[in-house]
Every structure is written in structure tokens, then in C-alpha cells.
Design a protein around this ligand. Sequence first.
Ligand code: FAD
Ligand code: UDP
Length: 395
Amino acid sequence: MFDYLIVGAGFAGSVIAERLAHSAGKRVLVIDKRNHIGGNAYDHYNDAGILVHRYGPHIFHTNSQEIFEYLSRFTEWRPYQHRVLAHVDGQLLPIPINLTTINQLYGLNLNSFEMEEFLNKVAEKREPLCTSEDVVVNRVGRELYEKFFQNYTRKQWGIDPSELDAAVTARVPVRTNRDDRYFSDKFQAMPRFGYTRMFENMLDHPNIKIMLNTDFREIAKEMNFQEMIYTGPVDEFFDYRYGKLPYRSLEFKHETHDVEKYQPVAVVNFPNEHLYTRVTEFKYLTGQEHPKTSIVYEYPRAEGDPYYPVPRPENAKLYSKYKALADSLSNVHFIGRLATYKYYNMDQVVGQALALFKKLSAQRSRTAAPDPLPVKLAPRLFANNGNGAHVATPG
Ligand code: FAD
Ligand code: UDP
């Protein structure tokens, strides 16, 4: 008997499950079609014993003390500042573009003030800043845009930056000092024992049961539920009634090399060469010491698991139709990157889940209605499979 069915065991599903179970005493069933918890943030030790992120590099960063403190209940942290180099014109240069990038690229010796003057000369002022091309060309001009952004973006998204919302490339700042960190957030750290361990701690509650390898559509008809939290793709939930919402996919090629260190920083971006966008070496992120090293290449794909919503006006329009459908269902709540079609980082998804919990709590205290009728569910046995907390096995 469950109060809530939660579809998806990623950040969105796990945070709301934890809150409902721990803080509201609700009994929740979390299902995921994958064979693990953690969603795209899942990490695991590979055959060589190296901790890797199955779905590409995940670096935690946030400006929200509330979100950082919330997650700190489930993990200790390893301080980590992310650094990235881009392979441009045969050199490895800091990205975000900073003073070092410009000086090294052009063989100059500018100071911050002179770099600002340089940028003012090369920038092509645009108003308003609508697209991902506008935002970069407006700040650093066409040449730097072409070297660092245009081809990377075409590769990653399958379309030109001029067809993508400004917010996509605006994620990457431009700095006139030597700060070469990828993120500027107040809190930047990695879960000390990995993301999966953090999720295990989050979900380790007697009121939370987990069923893996289970697609929502396989069991939906077997169950009566009072309320559902859905974190999968929103168009799929409604059987693509208005057509498919584009999600960009990736193929990950993992390798382990018999050397201690493979590249000079955690991530090297390749805007202009190769079919992959970037190469990540995990030991930089995790701090693990090991005589071998594991890396991952990311190959953008049109088909495959949905990883990125594609922010552009026509998709926002289509999403708004699905959102209207979603809003019309009072007992199903849509949160997360796929269900709300938002290019959210992990902390934003945590924030969204915490906000939903507050909303549900406020509703409950307003109506003070008796608890929902028990759900009808095919009988299941629950066991611990060591891959999450309590996992349902076919009854
Ligand atoms: P997900 O993690 O996608 O979880 C949704 C879950 O729902 C999945 O496990 C899926 O299997 C399950 N599901 C879907 N449909 C069904 C169904 N029908 N039945 C059952 N289960 C279903 N964020 C950062 O903050 N920092 C980073 O460095 C960072 N790097 C990233 C790198 C890559 C390559 C990608 C793709 C994302 C990155 N992100 C990063 C974003 C981060 O992954 C997301 O913000 C976060 O994981 C989203 O959590 P979620 O719960 O919304 O979705
Ligand atoms: N980007 C780029 N060149 C780079 C890095 C980023 O053109 O060297 C653009 C690209 O469009 C990318 C977007 O900026 O998709 C956001 O970059 P971010 O690193 O935040 O992407 P994510 O980690 O989410 O894949």
C-alpha cells in the first residue's frame, strides 16, 4: 500500500521520495526502468576498480546554501573545482575564455583592462540577445565564436547556435581575469563516496520501496495510486499526443588506459575536430588514486536515451501544450529535467523537488483531508539487492 508512486530514481524522484517518506511519513514506491538508482548521475566502480560516471561527467555546483545543506545530510563532500581546456588551433586553452586564453591564443601579454578593450573592439554588438550565436558574438566577436563555440554547438545539438536559445551558450561565462574554473558557484564539490552512495543514503528509509528494471507503462494498469510523481519524458507520458519533443542524446564510449594520467585536466573539449565533443578523465573528479585511469568520450546523437531538452522557441511552444495537459492532472506531478523539459543542472532539479514537497505539504495542511485511500497493487515481495535500498521482486 503506497501513498505515492514515483517514476524515476534520479535526483528529482529520489529527493521527493526522501522528503515524502522522511518528513511527511508517506509510503512511497519508486520505480525506474534502469537497473540502478541515481538516474543520469549514477556512478559505479568499473572492472578496473575505478569510479566512473556511466552517463558522462557530473560535477556538483550550486549557489544555494539550502540545497547544499540538504544534500549534505546524505553525503560528505570532497572539495573540487572543475577546470576544462579546449583544443583550438593546435593548443590546449582555458575555457571559459579568460585572459590566459586570449594571451596564449594570440601570443599577447594583455592585462585584464586591455583584454576588456580587446573584446570591445572585436565584439559585434547585438540587441536583443535571442540566440546562442548572439550571446557569444556580442561578447567576444565572430572569430572567437567560430573557434570555440560554433562547431562544438553544431556537434552537440545538431543545429547551429543561431537556432538555439541564448541560455545554452550563456551557461559558459567569459572572464577578463585568470580565473580558469568552469563554474563560479559558491558551493562546488563532489560527493566523497560517489553519487550512488549518496542516493542509497537518501533512499534508505523503511517507507521507501524501490523497483528497478520496471517501466512505468508495464505496471501502471496494475496499480491504483492516489498521487504520482513523474520524472520521465513528458511527451512519452502522454503517448506523444502532440508529436515528439526533441531530446538530444549522447553515446558514451568508456575506456581504461594503463597509465596513471591520460590528460592534463579533468575535461578536454574538442570544438573543431573529431565526432566527440569532450573527453573526461574521472580520477580528477573523484580524487581516486589508481595506477590506471578511466576516460569517457561523448558522441552526440539524435536518437537514443533522452539526455538534453533542446532549448529553442518551437520546442518551448510544443512543450507548453504538454505542460497544459500536465497541469490538468491534479494527482500527477511532473518534476525533473525530462518531465519539465528544462536544461537543468542537478542542483536546480533538487530545488524543484524540494519546492514540490513544500507545495504538497501546504496543500495537505490547507485541506487537512483524510489520507488518500490505499492503493491497489499486485502483491510483491521486497528484498535488498545491494544496488539500492529495498527492491521489489516479482511476487
Ligand atoms: P534523470 O537523472 O534523467 O532521472 C530520470 C529517471 O527516470 C531515469 O533514471 C530514467 O530511467 C527514469 N525513467 C524515465 N522514464 C521512465 C519510465 N517510463 N519508467 C520508469 N522509469 C523511467 N548537472 C550538473 O549539475 N552538473 C554536471 O556536471 C552535469 N553534467 C551532465 C552531463 C551529462 C552528459 C548529462 C546528460 C547531464 C548532466 N547534468 C549535470 C544534468 C543532470 O544529469 C541532471 O540535472 C539530473 O540528473 C536530472 O535528474 P532527473 O531526476 O530530472 O532526471
Ligand atoms: N559550448 C561550446 N564550446 C565549449 C563549451 C560549451 O560551444 O567549449 C556550448 C555548447 O553549445 C554547450 C553549451 O555551451 O552545449 C553549454 O556547455 P556546458 O559545458 O554547460 O554543457 P553540458 O555540460 O551541459 O553538456
